[in-house]
Design a protein. Structure first.
Length: 343
């Protein structure tokens, strides 16, 4: 028995394992717990271990690689066509092994522990921002039911709440006044936690050369730079800059049949959080870049003069920034900001 590729379907407690030989025939088919799997792989001769890029895969991948195994992580979307009928865990593991053997398969780069740490901080910050948004919306709804309306904007609402809680009138009942005060305190606590995480990102970007280079790009701030490094590392996974933009879902969806190509809106594939950050950064940088006397500025002005929709220009700029970010990571060069402002 000689296992060439070991396909592993990860589960919370039990994992299904299928080993195939050089001819592609199944020689091992087992189900084992995680620790049993770790011990089994440690005794196994060096081979290819294939897994879907899901929660826990990077940790196990780093652990297996220390025993001399080659790790191949794949997107579940690319594994699905290789899973035969009557889906179950064994079939999934067999499909993973089959997909890993294909020469045209695209693999996910194994992330380091530092990258996962940064990514986790971003996920926590995103959750806190969502909680703050939900809290603010609930506050506005409660006050609206009592006839209290404040202007649009987070700061306007905060200022209005401070004044409302300081006044001793009959606008709110005593119970509602206490509830609003508690929710206001919760809001401040969320603000403090979010600002603490922002400070951590600033410190990371200051001490990491790759992140410092990324922050020289217009529209790429500290959040974008740290998220990019956490997601793509040095960008070596992508052979060219366009591949990064396509992976982020910033290129049009294509449907071609009968030799007639049709392009639609952006594909929205890949890292949704990173794509959102890049689009917001492009939206913020667009006014100043469109006035600059550079090739980038002329390109943006040409699109605007053709009547391209503003949102389409923003997404096109976000794609361009992603390409520039790939070049900054691969060539270890900063973005040149010395451009003239057009009259």
């Amino acid at each position: 028995m000689s296992i060439v590729i070991l396909g592993v379907d990860l589960g919370k407690n039990a994992c299904s394992v299928v080993g195939v030989d050089a001819a592609g025939a199944v020689v091992v088919r087992r189900s084992m717990r995680r620790q049993t799997l770790i011990d089994y792989v440690a005794k196994l001769p060096a081979c290819v271990i294939a897994m879907e890029a899901c929660c826990g895969a990077h940790h196990l991948g780093r652990l297996f690689s220390t025993h001399g195994h080659e790790i191949r992580l794949m997107s579940p979307e690319y594994v699905r066509p290789y899973v035969k009928a009557q889906k179950n865990d064994d079939r999934d593991a067999e499909g993973i092994a089959e997909a890993a053997s294909r020469p045209t398969m695209r693999f996910v780069e194994l992330k380091s522990e530092e990258q996962l740490d940064i990514q986790t901080l971003h996920r926590v910050r995103s959750r806190l921002v969502a909680e703050r948004t939900n809290l603010i919306n609930q506050l506005r709804a409660i006050l609206l039911e009592r006839g209290v309306i404040f202007p649009v904007g987070r700061r306007k609402l905060e200022q209005g709440l401070n004044g409302l809680l300081a006044e001793a009138d009959d606008t709110l009942s005593p119970r509602m006044s206490r509830l609003i005060a508690e929710m206001h305190a919760e809001w401040k606590a969320l603000d403090a936690r979010i600002e603490a995480l922002n400070g951590e990102f600033v410190e990371m970007a200051r001490n990491d050369p790759a992140m410092r280079r990324l922050t020289t790009i217009p529209g790429v701030g500290v959040l974008n730079a740290t998220a990019l490094v956490a997601a793509v590392g040095d960008g070596s996974t992508f052979g060219k800059a366009r591949d990064l933009g396509a992976w982020l879902g910033l290129v049009p969806r294509q449907h071609t049949t009968g030799g007639k190509p049709r392009l639609f809106g952006i594909s929205k594939r890949g890292n949704r959080y990173l794509r959102t950050l890049l689009i917001h950064g492009a939206r913020a940088a667009l006014p100043s870049l469109s006035k600059s006397d550079t090739s980038l500025g002329q390109w943006l002005k040409a699109m605007m003069e053709r009547g391209v929709h503003h949102n389409a220009v923003v997404v096109a700029l976000a794609n361009k920034l992603a390409r520039i970010a790939w070049a900054a990571l691969r060539k270890e060069a900063s973005f040149e900001r010395s451009y003239l402002v057009a009259a």
